[in-house]
Design a protein around this ligand. Structure first.
Ligand code: GLP
Length: 239
């Protein structure tokens, strides 16, 4: 696990974007795993700025998202589908058919999980997986207690996760209770992982991630067993 310290949130976001741009240049057919939440937002802005200025080419890139809320339709402003469209997909030349996000409105959620996992397998695997991390150590929506061998599955969100994510909703009650998430095993199959952690509120999570015990009580700890993880941190205030 390589830890890359950054001066501030701005510098971390820029460096993370540059890493993705570099990988896309090296492999125009990159399978890119993407995360949502507050942390990667400035990184996405840098990717869009780079696309507008330098014309980085995403036409053959495939993007797979970690997770999506259950019961939230694509056009709901709080869906991760909407988040990705607003923050990235709507601004670069990626093809819609090359963007994959679990369908939280699927009639049979179990079937959707199996199908999504199948898509990941048939893709040849994620080349570069971008991650954030929740304060309780969740990655994607893999909450504490998730088995390390889990593939894509339905999860009941922890109250702490719903509370943390309620800042995007009018009330915490509005935050969905369940989601579909790539499992820890799905994530661990990625060839390379870049995890972004920012803000004083993530200092404890960073400590457990990088030097804590490997335990399902803190899902992100399994990343210590991955041979190619870079952790980009800026644990000062979000600038
Ligand atoms: C959500 C997402 C995670 C993300 C986490 C932290 O739970 N499913 O992928 O890492 O929030 O988000 P933030 O970066 O806003 O702290």
């Amino acid at each position: 696990m390589l830890i890359i310290e950054n001066q501030n949130y701005e510098a971390m976001s820029k460096k993370a974007a540059e890493h993705i741009i570099e990988r896309v240049k090296q492999n125009p057919f990159l399978n890119l795993g993407l995360a949502t939440g507050g942390t990667p937002q400035r990184m996405y802005e840098y990717l869009v700025e780079d696309y507008r200025k330098n014309g980085s080419d995403y036409q053959n890139v495939k993007c797979y998202n970690l997770d999506e809320y259950v019961g939230v339709s694509k056009d709901n402003k709080n869906s991760y589908y909407h988040y990705m469209k607003k923050n990235l997909y709507g601004h670069i030349n990626i093809k819609e058919e090359n963007t994959f996000i679990p369908n939280g409105m699927a009639k049979c959620l179990e079937h959707e999980c199996r199908e999504y996992e199948e898509k990941l397998t048939l893709s040849g695997g994620i080349d570069l997986q971008i991650l954030g991390i929740g304060e309780n150590g969740h990655i994607g929506f893999n909450e504490p207690g998730t088995p390390f061998n889990a593939s894509t599955h339905i999860v009941q969100l922890d109250s702490s996760t719903r509370k943390a994510n309620s800042r995007y909703f009018s009330t915490v009650e509005e935050v969905p209770t369940h989601a579909i998430t790539m499992g820890l095993h799905s994530i661990m199959k990625s060839k390379e992982i870049l995890l972004l952690v920012s803000g004083e509120n993530k200092a404890e999570a960073f400590k457990q991630l990088t030097s804590g015990k490997i335990t399902t009580d803190f899902p992100a700890s399994i990343l210590q067993n991955h041979k190619n993880v870079k952790v980009m941190e800026c644990l000062g205030l979000n600038e």
